[in-house]
Design a binder for this molecule. Structure first.
Ligand code: ADP
Ligand code: MG
Length: 342
């Protein structure tokens, strides 16, 4: 019996285009003998279309989802939703909440883990509570910045420059600045506040950027760490997406004990937020071999050449196997949850 997968792509966030590339890769990797794919494009405006026809997802009568053609065309029963959406409204628990309401299995982290993974401030506070090493940071909101910017300047000065200023809930390096001196802080915070009213001012870490892929629920497959090589000052938008500017070397060139520590901390970070399905943990290894956990992406970039599938390949899991296991894990979770009395 084939499993019908609703592939959600595009989305309302500034990572719309990245999502389209990721979704193309996933669709090509899904074995057509096992899976029937129904692609749905979420437009930047928020409307959904399938084959250029407006559609919406609703609850079916049989514990499945149903894709409804809003112009009166045929409906399609949906077994699993695969959100290949990056950033706000896709990776932050919003679409996961819709799937929970409808009662249809979906790939990846649940509502809470998605929301925490999306919010760099929330993630850091949970990670810190679990004893994981994270960079010092000062949290700013549009209100606190308007009322109290001099106190914030003092707190940042005490932490020490340079700092990175970033919107708490975004990705792809959008809205992020590296700030070398106090007189540049105001401009950087103003930029970041355009993207989110929650902004982190974070101590700059000097070290090698590393990434670890994780797949699984109760049992985890943890990839070897990869190291990101680039010529720019930091891993900004151009460096991430213009071809040839950055390279991921897998495995990272690290002593065995540091590799092990990176993998243990990545798994601990994954567990700390209750992540499920998949996650990519990014961090730094400092020159003295220390490890800093930076962020956890619950729907990492997913083109066949993206970091996450490459890391999983290094862990022995091919791209087609990866997407098939993610679908299997979504179905298994839904079955587990069906037995809960709520
Ligand atoms: N505290 C920091 N120290 C050093 N570099 C940082 C720091 N925060 C961010 N960066 C740089 O900015 C990039 C993007 O920041 P990150 O927090 O990973 O946000 P995004 O979700 O946009 O990827 C990082 O890959 C790194 O190059
Ligand atoms: Mg990042």
């Amino acid at each position: 019996m084939t499993i019908t997968i609703l592939m959600l792509m595009g989305g309302r966030s500034s990572e719309h285009e990245v999502s389209l590339s990721s979704a193309r890769g996933v669709m090509e990797a899904l074995d057509p003998d096992q899976f029937a794919v129904v692609p749905v494009l979420i437009h930047p405006s928020g409307t959904w279309t399938h084959d250029d026809r407006p559609v919406t997802l609703s609850a079916g009568s049989d514990g499945r989802g149903v894709l409804i053609d809003l112009d009166g065309g045929p409906t399609t029963a949906i077994d699993v939703v695969f959100p290949v959406l990056h950033g706000p409204f896709g990776e932050d628990g919003a679409i996961q909440g819709l799937c929970e309401m409808i009662g249809v299995p979906y790939v990846g982290a649940g509502v809470a883990a998605s929301a925490i993974g999306m919010d760099k401030a929330l993630f850091k506070s949970i990670a810190r509570q679990h004893g994981l090493p994270v960079a010092d940071a000062v949290l700013v909101t549009s209100v606190s910045w308007a009322n109290d910017d001099s106190a914030i300047q003092v707190a940042v000065g005490a932490m020490g420059y340079p700092v990175f200023v970033k919107p708490a809930r975004l990705g792809s390096s959008v809205g992020i600045s590296r700030v070398a001196a106090p007189d540049e802080l105001d401009a950087a915070v103003t930029v970041a506040l355009r993207f989110d009213d929650k902004v982190l001012i974070e101590q700059a870490i000097v070290g090698q950027e590393i990434e670890v892929g994780i797949l699984g629920d109760a049992e985890l497959v943890v990839s070897p760490p990869g190291q990101i090589q680039y010529g720019a000052d930091w891993y900004d938008y151009q460096t991430k997406y213009e071809s040839g500017r950055a390279e991921l070397q897998i495995p990272a060139d690290l002593p065995e004990e540091v590799t092990q520590r990176v993998q243990e901390l990545a798994a601990a970070a994954y567990r700390s937020i209750g992540c499920e399905g998949m996650g990519r943990i990014d961090g730094f290894v400092t020159p003295d071999g220390g490890v800093i956990i930076s962020e956890l992406n619950t729907i990492p970039g997913f083109t066949p050449t993206s970091a996450y599938p490459s890391l999983m390949a290094a862990a022995g899991i091919s791209y087609p196997e990866l997407v098939a296991r993610l679908v299997g894990s979504a179905i298994a979770r839904a079955e587990r949850e069906r037995t809960l009395r709520r």
